[in-house]
Design a protein around this ligand. Structure first.
Ligand code: HEM
Length: 538
């Protein structure tokens, strides 16, 4: 009896302890990766790696600030089970982003089975390897100077509406949620410059385009469940969620954007003779080439390599269009939001900007036509204000790469193929050894004190390129940088020709960068005022 009893207890213990032991081993298994390579870094938590720290209120920026102090410019962390090397050392950055680019063409996303919804997967941001090279070579010319000149008109119309919208608050004497207002502006710009879709979302902030745009990057609780399940049990949940097309973006937002873009693509294909001055027309023309060449050798890499043919499938055209929406909207509106916040708080900055705008455009509102491509490029202080904003508030706070092949980097660290490399841009840009007094908004960092000219990043007297990476760097850097700069300059000129902005509180707004996307922790409210010379005299 006794024997049977103890046997039963023993079997029960085994039945409980063995699975628990296996689970424990599974949870701990990857966490000797960095110590074996002699790379320092914070201790991981079973199953979660170092994710707990990254999801605390200050987001990854706060975590990396702490870790950088402890472990220096290169250290190892765990993104759940996956090792990631964090790099801020300029010499190693040069190697990864430029010198050895051919071994670091892809982002971490492209390879880690991460959950990018199928509609966006072919988009430039998420594509990898030869596909990326082909798509990039088609998409890049879309953002050339001459193309941008052609779409300036679209941006100007949106900027006029932006000012009219802000004037309503000025006349009412109320405060505006500046993030909401810029998100509507930025969506309008990308919809019209990208796809010739005209919406007046600025009048109606609840317009579906704005609502879906804002919802795309809004933090939602279900994301935590997705990250946890995929991070801890990737082999089970990645295929499962993929088969259900559950990903980083909400299904209903993806469906909405795919539908909008898909309809424009269909319409353009039905009416090929109509010409359009927007980004989509270039992408569609590339697609037409594919139809023409459909009986030819279909190995795109080969043919592209010989310079014969470029092609985008219909799915890829929609993928690029979606990426333009995602990459172009959130980033630009967040930068405008933080920029106006700092301009409002720093009266001397606002004064100098107003002076530059007045000197460039004169005092009459009738001079509207002077806001042309050339004048927009010739305002050093405005350039400095934008750069200083991007330094303090890069909307994407981190970029990533993976090596295609095993490689060794500084200090003999051996990186296996596909190991994640994380570059925390915001930490580099707020590091006091790179930018003294880094939490002070000071555009003169980018101005030559003698000539009062803009100090170009990377120039002899300018900031080092590896200390300033808001658009990334190298062949994979942001393809839309010039469009974003143009859009922000036009918006600033239009706003400050007519209005000034006041803060509603002297408190600093907190920021957080959970999932690498910078957000203010609460809405930024600013009070627009009409500049005295535009006041209607009684
Ligand atoms: C202030 C505005 C913007 C900022 C700060 C920004 C920042 C970035 C960053 C950091 C990257 C990653 C670069 C890297 O990994 O080295 C990126 C990539 C990209 N951005 Fe932007 N971006 C902005 C505006 C735009 C706009 C307006 C568009 C297009 C309409 C755009 C389209 C893209 C695309 C397609 C990529 C992927 C490029 C590739 O993988 O080849 N971005 N952007």
């Amino acid at each position: 009896m006794d024997f049977l009893y103890w046997l039963w207890v023993l079997l029960l213990l085994i039945a409980v302890c063995v699975p628990l032991g296996l689970l424990y081993r599974y949870g701990q298994a990857p966490f000797d990766h960095w110590s074996k390579l002699g790379v320092n870094g914070p201790s991981p938590t079973i199953f979660l790696g170092n994710q707990l720290e990254l999801f605390k209120p200050g987001g990854s920026m706060a975590a990396h600030t702490k870790w950088q102090k402890l472990y220096g410019q290169i250290y190892g962390i765990y993104n759940f089970r996956r090792p990631q090397l964090v790099v801020t050392d300029p010499e190693v950055l040069r190697r990864i982003l430029v010198k050895d680019f051919n071994n670091f063409t892809d982002r971490y996303f492209s390879s880690n089975g991460s959950l990018i919804n199928k509609e966006a997967k072919t988009g430039l941001f998420f594509s990898g390897g030869q596909d990326w090279k082909r798509i990039r070579s088609i998409v890049s010319p879309t953002f050339s100077g001459s193309k941008l000149r052609g779409i300036l008109n679209h941006i100007t119309i949106c900027a006029d509406r932006l000012v009219t919208n802000l004037e309503v608050y000025a006349l009412r004497g109320g405060a505006a949620d500046i993030g909401k207002i810029f998100s509507a502006f930025s969506l309008e710009v990308i919809a019209s410059t990208g796809f010739g879709v005209q919406v007046d979302s600025q009048k109606n902030l609840d317009e579906p385009l704005v609502a879906h745009g804002q919802s795309l990057f809004a933090f939602r609780r279900s994301l935590i469940a997705i990250f946890l399940s995929v991070g801890i049990f990737p082999d089970i949940f990645v295929p499962l969620l993929r088969s259900l097309n559950i990903g980083f973006f909400k299904k209903k937002d993806m469906a909405y954007f795919s539908d909008v873009v898909g309809k424009v693509v269909e319409e353009r294909r039905k009416n090929p003779d109509q010409t359009h001055s927007d980004l989509l027309s270039l992408l569609i023309n590339a697609e037409v080439e594919e139809d023409v060449n459909e009986h030819r050798e279909s190995d795109t890499n080969e043919t592209l390599g010989k310079g014969k043919m470029k092609q985008l499938s219909r799915e890829e055209v929609i993928g690029q269009a979606l990426i333009f929406f995602f990459a172009g909207f959130e980033t630009t509106y967040k930068t405008l939001q933080f920029m106006c916040y700092e301009i409002a708080r720093n009266r001397h900055v606002q004064r100098r900007l107003l002076d530059e705008i007045d000197e460039t455009f004169g005092f009459s509102v009738k001079d509207e036509e002077q806001v042309n491509f050339e004048t927009v490029q010739s305002m050093p202080y405005m350039d400095a204000v934008i750069h200083e904003t991007l330094r303090m508030y890069p909307p994407l706070t981190q970029i990533s790469r993976i090596p295609i092949q095993d490689t060794a980097i500084k200090g003999g660290i051996h990186l296996a193929a596909n190991t994640g490399i994380l570059i925390p841009i915001i930490n580099i840009q707020r590091d006091p050894s790179n930018h003294p007094n880094p939490n002070k908004f000071d555009p003169t960092r980018f101005i030559d004190p003698d000539t009062r000219k803009f100090r170009k990043v990377g120039s002899e007297s300018g900031v080092d390129v590896f200390n300033f990476l808001p658009f990334g760097f190298g062949p994979r850097q942001c393809v839309g940088e010039r469009l974003a700069m143009l859009e922000m300059k036009v918006a600033l000129i239009h706003i400050f020709r007519k209005l000034t902005l006041d803060p509603t509180t002297s408190e600093r707004v907190g920021i957080s960068d959970i999932a690498s996307i910078l957000r203010p922790v609460k809405p930024i409210m600013l009070s627009p005022r009409v500049r005295p010379r535009f006041m209607v005299k009684e």
